[in-house]
Design a protein around this ligand. Structure first.
Ligand code: AMP
Ligand code: MG
Length: 494
């Protein structure tokens, strides 16, 4: 690999404030890596608003300088690029992995004091590339950009996308495609698989270093906690339960919930074959390789628990010197997960239905709505949005007697909430998105970008997705479900 040149004049003015906390961890945690030199970097899309939040003054830079920066050709002052080592259970099987096509430049301190990873995805080969070329292509990188930014606007914890640049290099897949690099911003890239990597090496000192680093960075309230590693397990489980509940509540299907794609910070990470569900079906799967539906919509909660069990196993040596006691303690925490998840889900569902008090019958009320949606192939997003307006929804489906029966039960239930002044509908409109990145709209935007170098379709989509809770006249186009997306397939991001 060709080493790129280091920082250039003017680079300081960008506003980077780099640290390299991860690169200061023991050597086994990473391999040094340098972004490959590329021929003709060009900005495809730049997230000005995020750049602002990060304190980066990219607006004042020339397009060429921005392209060179986000293609890794001009390294930010103070960065120390590395590829992170990790392992992972992929579809249940354990493998040693690592960043094969992503390079962490380091951590940037934002004006508000947050420390965020700045990572270039698709920046060339690393020590962990195995047979791969270390490259990424334009379509999938733009896809990650759109969906991660949509998730963020909806209010779901997620990695962010700062820029996509094309490299000017061909990348050979089934055909020659345009190489691209995504700049990803994350709380961190520590994965369940990072813990699995160190556990597999059976070096407890290194494992403890990672656990302490994780607590410092993401769970600092636990620094002095008694049994802090057990509390780490509990806290990570809690954030995952909350995250997966948020996914379920908007119909987001991650598509490849391998343990290497689960971030310990609780952010959604690694947007590959993900997609939003249109018609409600709990067994919905879009990923072309997920033949058994392991990562289907309805399985996401139990898969998260399975992944957390793998995480718990890595922590055993830190929990107790007696293995039986460690297992008992970890099992107890893992056993809490289903109830914690259900609490988050139920609280979210109550909000989606405008309910502000709790009744034991709510569980059944919610279930029967979902059953009706599944039987009548109702659109998940639009059903909740339709319910969010005061008027009784119209349309063939809503005229059916079983829906009408459900609707009057729900109205009675709302009546018992006794909210004479405040309207439940305002609450509902603030939690039920009108605009989600629907597969057919994402595809048409990517097609225009890939085939015609036309980013305008993508920009219009992004503008609608930026205010997901506003149903404006111009968003009607994005609210329309596809005629049929039963055959829609997504692919892993290579
Ligand atoms: P992903 O499907 O993106 O989560 O990647 C799974 C693993 O494969 C990670 O270790 C990646 O770094 C690696 N990988 C994916 N694509 C490539 C590629 N084109 N070259 C090298 N490694 C890759
Ligand atoms: Mg991954």
């Amino acid at each position: 690999m060709v080493t790129s040149t280091s920082s250039v004049a003017g680079n300081n003015d960008v506003g980077w404030r780099f640290d390299n906390t991860y690169a200061r961890l023991p050597d086994v945690f990473f391999a040094l890596a340098n972004p490959a030199t590329v021929r003709a970097p060009r900005v495809s899309i730049l997230n000005d608003r995020l750049a602002d939040e990060l304190g980066l003054h990219v607006g004042a830079m020339s397009p060429d300088a921005v392209a060179a920066l986000f293609a890794g050709q001009h390294l930010p002052e103070g960065s120390r690029p590395i590829a992170q080592a990790y392992a992972g259970h992929q579809y249940g099987g354990f493998t040693m992995l690592g960043d094969g096509r992503a390079i962490l430049l380091g951590e940037h301190r934002t004006p508000s004091g947050r420390l965020v990873d700045i990572q270039l995805k698709g920046a060339g080969r690393t020590a962990f590339s195995r047979g791969g070329d270390g490259c990424a292509v334009l379509g999938p990188m733009l896809r990650e950009y759109v969906i991660s930014e949509a998730m963020s606007a909806i209010g779901i914890p997620t990695t962010r996308s700062l820029a996509v640049v094309t490299t000017g290099e061909p990348v050979y897949r089934a055909a020659a495609l345009r190489g691209a690099i995504l700049t990803r911003v994350a709380d961190s890239h520590i994965r369940v698989g990072t813990f699995e990597y160190l556990a597999a090496r059976q070096n407890h000192a290194d494992l403890r270093v990672l656990a302490d680093y994780t607590i410092d960075r993401h769970y600092s309230e636990l620094v002095d906690a008694p049994r802090k590693y057990l509390e780490l397990l509990r806290a990570v489980s809690d954030r995952q339960a909350s995250l997966i509940a948020r996914w379920q509540l908007v119909g987001f299907i991650h598509g490849v919930m391998n343990t290497d794609n689960m971030a310990i910070s609780g952010e959604t990470i690694d947007y590959g074959p993900c997609a939003f569900m249109n018609a409600y079906r709990s067994d919905t799967v879009f990923s072309s390789i997920d033949r058994n539906g392991r990562y289907s919509y309805g399985n996401q909660p139990v898969i998260a628990q399975w992944n957390l069990a793998r995480f718990a196993e890595t922590l055993l040596p830190l929990l107790d010197s007696e293995q039986a006691k460690a297992i008992a303690a970890a099992s107890e925490v893992l056993g809490e997960y289903p109830a914690v998840f259900e609490r988050y889900r139920l609280a979210g569902m109550r909000k989606k239905l405008g309910l502000q008090t709790n009744e034991s019958g709510d569980v059944e009320l919610i279930r029967s709505l979902l059953d009706w949606m599944q039987d009548s192939r109702a659109d998940f997003t639009n059903t909740f949005r339709d319910l969010s307006s005061k008027e009784l929804p119209t349309g063939d489906r809503y005229g059916a007697p079983d829906f009408q029966a459900w609707y009057s039960r729900w109205q009675d239930r709302l009546g018992r909430d006794g909210l004479t002044n405040s309207s439940p509908y305002a609450v509902m409109q603030a939690v039920n998105p009108a605009v989600i990145p629907r597969n057919h709209r994402v595809e048409e935007a990517l097609l225009a970008a890939e085939d015609h170098d036309d980013l305008s379709v993508l920009h219009r989509l992004l503008a609608a997705l930026a205010s997901p809770y506003e149903a404006r006249a111009e968003s009607a186009y994005y609210q329309e479900p596809p005629a049929d997306d039963g055959s829609y397939r997504t692919f892993c991001g290579t």
